[in-house]
Design a protein around this ligand. Structure first.
Ligand code: HEC
Length: 296
């Protein structure tokens, strides 16, 4: 990455007289093209519509420009008080926006340049401005709030399924059918829970599905990335195991029968990991706190 920046330096020097000199009207940033998508993607989930946090609607021109001093980032409170604050897990009372960590460097750079260039707010085209979500999408988002409640069912059922699958190697067919029934229920509950999880993430303004892939991902983004994708993987593996179990029953095949039971045991481990991670996202590192309590 760094050598590329060095190569770009002559370009920057070449551009300096353009932006500061005779060609002052030519701006590099354009609100509708560069800034609105950032605000929409990172702020709208909490700052739009009637329930906007603190009544602050981010794509409302007057509301947003109330926090901006055109031409000066250091006098713009949106910059100093919100966008470049330390993340919450480093400083508890931080007002950093979005609350789960600062924007990416490239996004901050664009906003900074836009403010320095005079913070001109061009009209936001309809495609960029907020449009009312469809009915299905509203249902998806509304049910998202039940993710933390429902999530306990697949966790418990996968654990029971895995444990009974393990016991079935010693105690025989009775445990095996309990294992399979738990697995089917766990799989159904996990599919619903994962869909709700994706909705919950949007409601909470959690990082995008691919956010960890950026080079400056925060601890929270990395944690969340794994939680989202390992959770999704759990549901998919659950489906695969149930299918394997059905094939085993139909063909009376012992290798398929081993397959789904081993899968069920793996799923119990996986769901424990994903569940712990989810807990950490909401409650912080409880293991660390518990051990600290125990030893002190
Ligand atoms: C997950 C929800 C969430 C997201 C996403 C979010 N905010 Fe906020 N924002 C809040 C909450 C909650 C408050 C109120 C904080 C408080 O008063 O302690 C707030 C307050 C603010 C305020 C102060 C408003 C006022 O009038 O007091 C500004 C400005 C702000 N946010 C800007 C942003 C910007 C810009 C983004 C996107 C880069 C953003 N927020 C993303 C939740 C969010």
């Amino acid at each position: 990455m760094k050598p590329v920046l060095f190569l770009l330096m002559p370009v920057c020097f070449w551009m300096m007289p353009v932006s500061g000199g005779h060609c002052q009207s030519q701006k590099i940033t354009d609100f509708a093209r560069d800034i609105a998508p950032i605000l929409r993607g990172n702020c709208n989930s909490c700052h739009s519509g009637d329930n906007a946090k603190n009544g602050f609607v981010v794509l409302d021109r007057d509301a947003f420009l109330g926090f901006v001093e055109p031409g000066s980032v250091v006098e713009s409170s949106i910059w100093t008080d919100y966008l470049v604050q330390p993340t919450k897990h480093k400083k508890r009372d931080s007002l950093v926006m979005p609350p789960d960590g600062p924007l990416q460097a490239s996004e901050l750079a664009l906003i900074r340049l836009w403010i320095e260039e005079g913070a001109q707010w061009s009209v936001v085209p309809q495609s960029v401005a907020e449009s009312s979500p469809s009915f299905l999408r509203r249902v998806f988002l509304a049910f998202g709030y039940f993710h933390p409640a429902l999530v306990h069912f697949p966790i418990a059922l996968f654990l029971v399924g895995g444990f009974c699958a393990f016991l079935s190697y010693f105690l025989g067919p009775k445990c095996q059918s309990t294992a399979f029934q738990s697995l089917v229920l766990a799989m159904l509950a996990s599919v619903v829970t994962v869909i709700m999880g994706w909705g919950f993430a949007e409601n909470k303004g959690y990082p995008a599905w691919n956010k960890m892939l950026s080079y400056n991902a925060t601890h929270h983004e990395i944690n969340f990335f794994y939680h989202r994708w390992l959770g999704t993987l759990t549901a998919l593996l659950g489906i695969a195991c149930v299918v394997a179990g059905l094939i085993a029953r139909r063909n009376k095949s012992s290798s398929w029968n081993h397959g789904w039971r081993i899968g069920a045991m793996l799923l119990a481990v996986l769901v424990a990991l994903v569940g712990h991670q989810g807990g950490e996202l909401i409650y912080g590192d409880i293991f660390e706190k518990a051990i600290e309590r125990l030893l002190r």
